[in-house]
Ligand binder design. Sequence first.
Ligand code: WTA
Length: 659
Amino acid sequence: MTDGDVELEARLAEQEAFDPPESFTTQANAADPAIYEEFEENWPECWEQAADLIEWFEDYDEVLDESDAPFYEWFVNGKTNASYNCLDRHLNERGDKVALEWIGEPVDEDNRSFTYEELYQEVNEFAAGLREIGVEEDDVVTMYMPMVPELTIALLACARIGAPHSVVFAGFSADALATRMNAASSEHLITCDGYYRRGDPLDHLKKANEGLDGVDHSVETVVVDRLGDDGFGHDLTDAQTGYAELRTAHEGETVEPVHRDAEDMLFLMYTSGTTGQPKGVKHTTGGYLSWAAWTSQNVLDLKPEDTYFCSADIGWITGHSYIVYGPLALGTTTMMYEGTPDYPDKDRLWDIVESYEATQLYTAPTAIRAFMKWGKEHPEKHDLSSLRLLGTVGEPINPRAWKWYYKHIGNEECPIVDTWWQTETGGMMITTLPGIKTMKPGSAGPPLPGVDVRIVNAAGEEVEAGQAGYLTVQKPWPGMLRTLYQNDERFISEYWQEYSDPEEDKWVYFPEDGAKIDTDGYITVLGRVDDVINVSGHRLGTMEIESAIVGVEGVAEAAVVGGNHEIKGEAVYAYVITEDGYEENEELRSRIVAGVNEAIGPIAKPESVVFTPELPKTRSGKIMRRLLENIANKEEIGNTSTLRNPEIVTEIQQKAQNN
Ligand code: WTA
């Protein structure tokens, strides 16, 4: 480092607030600070602004219907179609403009660009194909595929014919696929033969077929050919059709976009919760799409002439809202990247940003921490001056990583939006409006205009600035989930039980995060307060992992907690009691890791497995997870006086050390 560098680092390290650069504010989509007050005074009509970003076949009668809260309805009786909004309506003005830039694994440089016109055509043909294989309006279609362009096409084709999609992350296991298809009674699957990871082909259809074995009803499958000659030679069964075949049989056809009610389901997305069964989060057509579009416009500052890069996977909500629906609704060029950030080299992302002249980059803190570890020499090899804005999502970002991102990727010229939201919220909820607000590293910022976030104590009273409490949302918003699929009861108990007062018709949404607020109203999110672990920005339920471990032969009982991890944010730490007759050895340990891999997927694999004769339990028999967390983090052990078996704590500590 030069002296100048040292000086700069020192200055950045001390600085706690950063104003957005003027080069940005003067061109920002949201530039008038009055928006906060205006939205507050004009709530809920302020959300007409979001609805105005999309085109309606029939206008809505009412912005919000609260009569059956918390089953809120937005843009009542409006009719629209998400596929129409992401494609058809852009054709006249920008049919020749690139809608989707797909960047594949660099095996043979087979990147693909789709103009709006081309994407429109392919979506129409595939929509006709889906109809041919019997997909009807309201049928749930499952997608289990990696980041290939056909995934985006499939989403939009389903939306076109009013068939809700349910995307299962391709890294999830066969079991996870089967559970989700059974839960949604989904009779159609779109998957692919395989994909490349670090240059090598990976057999995905094998896993999909294993999943199908666990589905309790018959399924029609469409298989995308990604690997060509590198494929694994699976023969398609009678219930399986090749994607290309199906689509080309309908070459040149168009399919009228179905008029969907604003409240009709656009998609389901399964996510982890406190209990074992994943929750089927239901999002609707009008409210969700408006929310994705409005937040993309005002937070990501997307404009039609931008080339925007979100490095998330469409298997998660971030990809749904901020690779597909938000950017395409606004007529932007959206990018989709198949590979990993370190193949063929650790500058892969920067190479992509430079070659495509990306204008925004939206990624996760876990990725930024990895970039930081790899060193600034990788971004320095590239010209990143096309970037105008940076964003993060998925987990808290530590100020050091924030500052590194700000300096080494943004060259101190790009505002950073640290966006707090969830699968359930549909889109961003807490973050600075980048053209207006000062940024404070480590704090997501104030709630968006019109979003009513309060930090409360256990009794539901607002806490003072600086005090930790629970994050709550006290007014509904258009992008909110409407229910858990076919489970209204669980919808209430998961999200509305804690702080609502039904007698008073007061409904408070509880996202199960802890947070604190400062005197400027900036919110620092502290993390989950339920039994959910956030590994590299991905939500995993401890119960799901525990039941996978207990399913391994030789395991009697297991407890899983999240411990700190330098890159992943949190990692899975498992504490396991063996069954009589089984030895605590490496063989069992690797079977446990394999068991989790098989039941959930590689992201859930434990970082460490500690064998113990007992778990620390309270007198009423509850596992004291907090102590296990302390052990994982090598922290002081807190109070053990409420334990039935306090002596076990030191023993587990010793075993963890020797691991
Ligand atoms: C966490 C991802 C701190 C949080 C879009 C939330 C965050 C969970 C942030 C949702 C952030 C997300 N700062 N924590 N900027 N963004 N989280 O459903 O705990 O996969 O409840 O949605 O991630 O994860 P999900």
